[in-house]
Design a protein around this ligand. Structure first.
Ligand code: SAH
Length: 340
């Protein structure tokens, strides 16, 4: 087993299973996530004999930083190599309230959204929990910055790697560890409807964001193939149920692509779809990539006003790292293609 795969309860169960006292688990958890030790030898509160036992059973693993880009706005992008050689990206973004980290949940992505650089490279595998936890630990170590919020919006579809992602959330949210408050964690999904109920049942205070990006089925089918399986009316229904049962506001992400989904008619349709729901629409400026012909919308402010007129809550996402290939999957894509 990998030590960073275990939440506190798993660790307690494991410790008891090898005949040690349960409270030792908390000591280990604190050393890992508060003191940030990277070997058992550093856990000096534990007897040598016990440490040796742990060494053989619970393995420390690592991911290797192979590229780091810093943007003029101090956004940083990290490319990590996993133990099996696969590459993943993590992005650190400055905000006035602190730093947020955009974490990847899969190697590549199976969703094949037509606008996304990651979709073009296909899907390799799910990330293990430890590979997500290590994105945080490594970025904090390398950058010497404290991360105050986490968005699970990097490469991959988190609801297709549900169990590992949930365990990741439990680990980073635990008060004895990295202690990122649930309200400072956001999970973004393309709309895998069957997982909404499971997520609701976790009884988390974690934010849920939905990548909508289109206002009707025809358009959404073109942009996001997932819509053929889970069409818009079902998705909106699932969002409504989630909101009713959790009393939590949901974020609707809407990417603005020139001439594709930024028309007056799209704003009207969105108004109809979303009115009365406890959501806010986050308009995202499109990051152009070399994988397609989509261009950034020139109507962001107009579209914003149109949605306001429709009676929706709406914000425009602040841009980060425009000068460092910050679009989802771009850096990894370059490395795969061998451009750099
Ligand atoms: N699979 C999940 C999470 C990863 S994608 C999801 O679909 O939500 C994170 C967000 O980045 C999604 O809203 C996605 O649509 C968006 N995105 C992908 N490519 C982009 C690009 N080139 N410019 C801006 N946003 C992009």
């Amino acid at each position: 087993m990998k030590v960073y795969d275990l939440d506190l309860i798993d660790l307690e169960n494991f410790i008891e299973s090898i005949g040690e006292k349960k409270y030792r688990a908390k000591q280990i958890f604190l050393s890992l996530y508060k003191d940030r030790v990277s070997s058992y030898d550093e856990m000096t509160t534990l007897k040598k004999e016990f440490r040796d036992k742990l060494k053989n059973e619970l393995i420390f693993s690592s991911i290797e930083i192979i590229n780091r880009q810093v943007s003029s706005d101090t956004t940083e992008k990290f490319l990590f190599k996993l133990e099996d050689g696969n590459l993943i990206e993590t992005v650190l973004m400055p905000h006035d309230y602190g730093y947020s980290l955009c974490v990847s949940s899969q190697v590549g992505c199976p969703m094949a959204c037509s606008f996304c650089a990651s979709g073009a490279y296909g899907f390799k595998r799910n990330l293990e929990t430890y590979e997500m936890v290590l994105q945080i630990l490594n970025v904090e170590k390398i950058s010497e910055k404290k991360i105050s919020s986490v968005v699970i919006m990097g490469i991959g579809e988190p609801f297709l790697n549900y169990d590992n992602v949930i365990k990741f959330i439990r680990i980073i949210n635990n008060d004895n560890g990295i202690a990122i408050g649930a309200r400072h964690i956001t999970l973004s999904t393309s709309g895998i409807i069957p997982k909404f109920k499971d997520f609701e049942n976790e009884k988390f205070q974690v934010n849920l964001a939905i990548s909508l990006h289109a206002s009707n089925n025809e358009l959404r089918n073109k942009l996001m193939p997932v819509n053929k399986k889970y069409p818009l009316e079902d998705l909106i229904g699932a969002i409504r149920t989630y909101i009713n049962n959790t009393n939590r506001r949901v974020t609707i992400e809407y990417l603005l692509i020139d001439g594709i989904n930024d028309l007056d008619s799209n704003a009207k349709e969105l108004g109809k779809l979303l009115r009365g729901l406890n959501v806010y629409v986050n308009l995202i400026p499109y990051n152009e990539t070399s994988n397609n012909d989509y261009r950034r919308s020139k109507r962001t402010n107009i579209f914003f006003d149109l949605l306001k007129k429709e009676g929706l809550n709406v914000t425009v996402r602040k841009e980060h790292g425009h000068d460092i290939d910050a679009a989802c999957g771009q850096l990894r894509g370059k490395m795969i293609k061998g451009d750099k």
